[in-house]
Design a protein around this ligand. Sequence first.
Ligand code: GTP
Ligand code: MG
Length: 184
Amino acid sequence: MQRERLLKVLVIGDLGVGKTSLIKRYVHRVFSQHYRATIGVDFALKMLSWDQKTVVRLQLWDIAGQERYGNMTRVYYREAVGALVVFDMTRLSTFQAVLKWKEDLDSKEVHHLQVALSNGTPVPAVLLANKCDQRSHGLCPKLPKLENFSRQCGFVGWYETSAKDDTNIDAAVTCLVESIMAAE
Ligand code: GTP
Ligand code: MG
């Protein structure tokens, strides 16, 4: 008998870092250069044959970057079991905002809106340094070593990704789902 697991995963990060593009690439295998800001929240669903016994229904919550200043995130974050926190490698301000997004995520758990992980540990989060196809105009020399940074901030892993070139998106999601499944 196969069991089915529904996992609510948040995709968060500043405006224009590529959250919608990563999801579109991952779920629909397409990419567009055209930028249309997400309003509020969008959803996407991806089915994964996780192992012989388990099918994972991955529900991706694509939260608008501009929502960080709104008051809806506490509602959106509810019952999430994991998060992808995205920044744009070519824009330092989006990297600096990573900490704020992560703190936001963790603080919402402290307020017990997070009910899915009953043992009280923070939900697993993976850090995505997106637009790595633009590495040549990127910040790489200016960024602190992401390995140390991500460990200090409590991320379970980090990846350089590109929605344009389809780099490392599957790996990042797999890392997150592994960590969610291990936490149960
Ligand atoms: P909000 O919805 O406003 O929060 O933005 P978002 O994070 O969803 O960003 P979105 O996916 O809409 O992408 C913003 C812009 O960056 C678009 O013009 C995309 O084409 C572009 N973009 C996204 N990912 C990549 C990438 O990996 N490489 C390159 N070169 N451009 C990208
Ligand atoms: Mg978007």
